[in-house]
Design a protein around this ligand. Structure first.
Ligand SMILES: O=C(O)[C@H](O)[C@H](O)COP(=O)(O)O
Length: 300
């Protein structure tokens, strides 16, 4: 049974039992370009209390560097070192886990965040903007197997089109050695209190035609947490994962042996939380991250 944080005492006890907070971004800190009211104060409060803060997002559209600018624009402070996005996780995975060969290239379906992180790791890749949506059968026939493509990496792409799907299909179907990676498989994308098709819908299109299963790097998959724990030397028992979605953020925290806080400002509603049909339960939940602002500040 999840405990709802509604009183100052409960909030104080919740904060005191943790040294580190991992924050999801979309639906917890902001919607698109709009800050969720009060969360700037919450982050300041936790920093003043000496808590370590890390931002863990499945959103692959921006690199860590671009995220620092987004934080700044929204009036939040965050250093590149505190941000762990799924595009960075993909670059780390290719570089450190599979030792991606220097003579191979990654075929990316995605946006700038993935390309920037691959560039930072010196991994060769295509420019997704070159794959325009206008195509006829002659254009489709010109797509041929390419032994230089060592991986197809799929992230959120607002300009996904048939040419991109056909290329991914041809590279993956013609070469069993070509890796199939996905930054994340979130079915939906939270935006201004509504949801729209997420990266999972794009990954599903490629799964559907190739019959292949991707290695998914983002939450709830533990590859991401293993990288975070190794990088920051976290004590999982004193770490809380804060998110707005049961089947990614909360599952990520539960599977990873951390405590969890669900906030109701994003994808999962209070009604869904109490729906007995799912089996993922956060330890705590609150109307918003800003609920923590009722904490005592006397100990600072
Ligand atoms: O479809 C997606 O890629 C995700 O919905 C989106 O990016 C979620 O990001 P997060 O909530 O982990 O910040």
């Amino acid at each position: 049974m999840a405990t709802k944080l509604t009183t100052r005492e409960a909030v104080n006890a919740f904060i005191d039992r943790h040294d580190t907070f991992l924050f999801d971004c979309d639906g917890v800190l902001w919607y698109g370009h709009t800050l969720i009211p009060g969360v700037d104060k919450t982050l300041e409060l936790l920093r003043r209390k000496g808590k370590r803060i890390l931002f863990v997002t499945n959103n692959s559209t921006q690199s860590r560097q671009a995220y620092t600018k987004k934080f700044e624009k929204l009036g939040l402070s965050a250093s590149e070192n505190e941000i762990f996005g799924s595009s960075y996780a993909a670059a780390v995975y290719l570089q450190k886990v599979v030792d991606f060969p220097a003579d191979k290239q990654v075929y990316v379906i995605g946006q700038a965040g993935i390309c920037d992180e691959l560039d930072a790791a010196s991994i060769r890749h295509n420019n997704p903007a070159d794959d325009s949506s206008t195509i006829d059968w002659e254009g489709v026939e010109a797509i041929t197997p390419d032994p230089n493509i060592g991986a197809v990496l799929v992230g959120f792409d607002m300009e996904i089109n048939y040419r991109k799907l056909a290329k991914a299909y041809v590279y993956l179907a013609s070469n069993p050695g070509c890796l199939f990676l996905a930054t994340n498989d979130d079915a939906s994308f939270p935006h201004h209190g509504r949801t729209f098709p997420g990266t999972g819908s794009m990954v599903a299109a490629i799964k559907g035609c190739t019959g292949r299963e991707p290695r998914v790097l983002g939450k709830p998959h533990q590859t991401m947490l293993d990288c975070i724990v190794a990088k920051y030397d976290l004590d999982r028992t004193r770490t809380c994962m804060v998110g707005d979605r049961l089947n990614t953020d909360i599952q990520f925290g539960v599977q990873g042996g951390m405590s969890t806080l669900l906030v109701l400002t994003g994808v999962t509603s209070e009604q869904e939380l109490h729906d007995a049909r799912h089996n993922i339960t956060p330890e705590y939940y609150a109307d918003s991250l800003a609920t923590l602002n009722m904490a005592d500040t006397a100990d600072e």
